[in-house]
Design a protein. Structure first.
Lengths: 393, 349
């Protein structure tokens, strides 16, 4: 496949693996956090960690929009279905996320709730057009990448005078979350989590550009490399991070130059600024309340705000007891540290959100990497075995 | 069929007519539907006898029997429809034992209001598929459910067949060292179906691979009677089917991603939708596991058959108490190819 296979070539991967092997200082540990679920997915799906030396470790960050949404917001969405009888349009990943009382959108759907899986905001608008007698709510989630299409839908709904369409807005912001992780005591003071560098988001950065990361690189003295989602992108970016660390630099570098610029997509940014404004604070699963980390719909578009139309309450629901999703999302723990992992919590029956989406750390560990647990490790060539154990250790 | 015309002076209005409750009531309307639509197309000696069962003699030996319900949406898709699929699906399930399929039965659950023209198109397609395969539909049943209680038409087919002497094909016979073959490009059916779903229309040249595989199987077992496992990777695709076989046999498997045949257009559609082609359904492909010494010969035999032109060796069976299916990725790493969890849902970003 053109423009895809070029970024998945085995020969180039081997060359990069050799270069990385040569570049790492043997005594040094390199803990690199990939913020985005897309990177987590690529690392596991293509087996990138097998190609890394043992002292380079990927720390999986909170960049999966499904995983960071707190239970209370899903409870809200379920209440819209059960109490207001709306048609709820949502992206597929949301369906299986566990909510309070052992519910999920999938279970509510089976019980008669009108949940429609859509592929774009345009599908949701069409459903609103086709069902004028029903209230249609789009369950908007995601980082900066999915925000502009939601803005477009709201503007279209206004232009068309749609009276039965609204948006339950849960759009969140990447820079605020990264800053929150870096400022957390585990990273800053206690040193429980050592994060030496960051893979910057790829799709998010195509919208916001690379400039917003310059502050962290400077303030927290950590290098950031904006990385594409293909496995060669991840490896090339790892090499760039390792070189920066070796040279004592902490700059924002851009590996994903074929898409990302320093200033990003000005048109999309203007659109988002027109329709949305910052929330004072928003709850993230795993991170708690993070100031100015999410968006809400601006006053001129208030009639399309489901939270206003249906008077949606703030719910603080607690996670399942024993679920380590909060710590896993901050990189404090690994999926295998959780007592529920692989016992009562599996992709078939997820207890926590990290087990739901293929971008979630737990689901990725389970689906693509669980044979790497040292106890289960296959007899393999010595070098491979070392790196395999390292990635699980 | 002049007798038919006499029994029912006014012919069924297939062009504009719709299924109604009387078509399932056991009365004259049902008899007419059977005569003028089902028997007309599926016609054969056994069906024409109009008994509640078909009676036939079978050669001595081990018999197999299999049944499969078809509830597909949409009913018509590029490369086939629910009718041809219902014939191919059951023939394949019978054939995966190495058997020669002999006869089929078909049970229709029709939804009130379903256009007779669509029903005729489906039954004609079923008849053509059965005719081409040489496996007649010899008995059947029709029920009608009220509007809203079905999805147009559901078809359940059952098939019987006879296994040639000397075969012992079963999902629990994979042994470490065995070789894993597939009969051709994977994922065509699932992508063809998705491309024609209402909320997901996209343009593609991909057609469903829906096909009867029994002649391919006959050629394979004639060449290598010691085949250990055969299975068609339908729902859940290659990944799920291999996990089933691994668990049944208590072995692990190791695949080579770069050896797995997938059409570029299928790969592209999966890339776009965030799906993994290893989990996409097939309706005209089989997985075969055989002892290593027979693999090369079997591959040649498969590639010489029209249904096996793109056949390939994709991996091997290994010892593994966890029954994991692992894959060396084309990229040079390795990963687990797990059971499909729930429905395969598209990723969002």
């Amino acid at each position: 496949m053109k423009y895809i296979d070029e970024f998945r070539q085995r020969e180039l991967a081997q060359k990069l693996a050799n270069a990385i092997n040569k570049a790492v200082e043997p005594e040094r540990q390199y803990n690199l956090m990939e913020f985005c679920g897309g990177h987590t997915h690529a690392i596991f799906r293509y087996g990138v960690q097998d190609l890394m030396p043992p002292n380079v470790k990927f720390v999986h960050g909170p960049g999966c929009p499904v995983c960071v949404l707190p239970i209370g917001r899903i409870d809200n969405a379920i209440a819209l279905l059960e109490e207001h009888d709306v048609i709820l349009c949502t992206y597929g990943d949301m369906l299986r996320v566990p909510a309070s009382g052992r519910k999920s959108l999938l279970k509510v759907k089976a019980a008669g709730g009108d949940v429609r899986m859509v592929y774009s905001t345009q599908d949701a608008l069409k459903i609103a057009h086709d069902n004028p007698e029903r209230q249609v709510v789009f369950f908007a989630i995601g980082f900066e990448t999915t925000t502009p299409p939601t803005a477009v839908a709201i503007k279209q709904a206004q232009a068309q005078g749609l009276k039965n369409f609204s948006v339950f807005c849960n759009h969140v912001l990447t820079p605020a979350a990264i800053q929150n992780i870096l400022e957390s005591p585990e990273v800053r003071d206690m040193g429980t989590v050592s994060i030496d560098g960051f893979f910057g988001p790829s799709h998010v950065s195509s919208i916001i550009g690379s400039r917003p990361y310059e502050f962290f690189a400077e303030e927290f003295q950590r290098p950031v490399v904006i990385a594409g989602f293909e496995p060669l992108d991840v490896m090339q970016s790892a090499l760039m991070l390792i070189r920066q660390l070796n040279e004592g630099r902490h700059e924002v570098e851009n590996e994903y130059t074929r898409v990302v610029t320093r200033d990003g997509n000005a048109k999309a940014q203007a659109l988002v600024a027109e329709v949305f404004e910052l929330r004072r604070a928003f709850e993230w699963r795993g991170l708690g309340l993070v100031p100015y980390s999410a968006l809400q719909i601006k006053q001129p578009f208030a009639e399309f705000d489901a939270e206003k139309r249906f008077d949606v309450p703030t719910i603080r629901a607690s996670d399942v007891k024993g679920c380590e999703c909060p710590s896993i999302l901050r990189g404090v723990k690994k999926p295998t540290d959780c007592k529920l992992f692989g016992t009562v919590c599996t992709p078939e029956n997820p207890m926590g959100s990290c087990m739901v989406s293929s971008e979630g750390a737990c689901a990725a560990y389970w689906s693509y990497g669980r044979f790497r647990r040292p106890a289960d490790a296959q007899p393999e060539p010595a070098a491979r075995q070392d790196s395999a154990q390292e990635s699980a250790a | 069929m002049s007798a038919v015309a006499k029994r029912f002076p006014v012919r069924l209005d297939i062009k504009r007519g719709k299924v109604d409750m009387t078509h399932g009531s056991g009365g004259r309307a049902m008899a007419q539907l059977i005569d003028e639509l089902f028997v007309k197309h599926l016609d054969n000696e056994l069906l024409r006898q109009a008994n509640d069962q078909a009676s036939f003699s079978v050669p001595a030996g081990r018999m197999v029997m299999s049944t499969d319900g078809h509830v597909i949406s949409p009913l018509f898709f590029p490369g086939g429809d629910i009718g041809s699929l219902a014939v191919h699906g059951t023939i394949n399930d019978v054939a995966m034992s190495g058997a020669r399929p002999l006869y089929l039965s078909a049970s229709f659950i029709l939804e009130e209001g379903f256009p007779l023209a669509d029903l005729e198109r489906i039954v004609a397609s079923m008849a053509a598929a059965a005719e081409a395969a040489g496996v007649p539909v010899v008995t059947g049943d029709t029920k009608v459910v009220e509007k809203g209680k079905g999805d147009g038409v559901f078809i359940t087919t059952t098939g019987v067949g006879v296994v040639p002497e000397g075969l012992a094909i079963s999902g629990d016979r994979a042994r470490p060292g065995d070789v894993i073959l597939v009969s051709g490009d994977l994922g065509d059916h699932g992508v063809a179906i998705m491309s024609s779903r209402e909320n997901l229309q996209f343009e593609t040249q991909i057609e469903s691979d829906s096909a009867a595989l029994h002649t391919l199987v006959a050629a394979m077992v004639a060449a290598v009677p010691d085949i250990h496992c055969l299975r068609d990777p339908t729902r859940g695709g290659l990944a799920t089917t291999l996990n089933e076989l691994a668990m049944q046999s208590g072995v692990g498997m190791r695949l080579q991603e770069s050896d797995i045949p997938i059409k570029p257009a299928v790969n592209a559609a999966c890339e776009l939708l965030g799906l993994d082609p290893l989990y996409i359904a097939n309706e005209g492909k089989l997985i075969c596991i055989c002892p290593p010494q027979h693999a090369a010969h079997l591959l040649t035999v498969m590639q010489a058959h029209p249904q096996g032109r793109q056949a390939a060796i994709v991996g091997e069976v290994v010892e593994d108490p966890h029954s994991f299916v692992q894959m060396e990725t084309a990229f040079g790493g390795s990963r687990i190819v797990d059971w499909l969890a729930g429905e395969q849902l598209p990723r969002i970003c």
